[in-house]
Design a protein around this ligand. Sequence first.
Ligand code: SF4
Ligand code: SF4
Length: 67
Amino acid sequence: MELNDDRCMHCGACVGACPANAIYLNEVILDFNDDCTDCGLCVKACPVGALSLIRTRGQKVPVAATA
Ligand code: SF4
Ligand code: SF4
């Protein structure tokens, strides 16, 4: 999964849409764990188009470099 952190507003819609509970979200970090099956549901759920699907299953995508 790939996240455009400039667009993400941490609304949590993608977390609720994920059948594998593969998305972790708090105020500053959105991350994916190895349970991601690349189903793409979170991409469709995101209201701002911040997510895109890249076929790198299991890869972690750290987003918030915000210290
Ligand atoms: S692609 Fe599917 S399994 Fe992976 S994080 Fe998104 S909703 Fe969850
Ligand atoms: S649905 Fe989109 S905007 Fe909302 S937390 Fe997920 S990636 Fe961010």
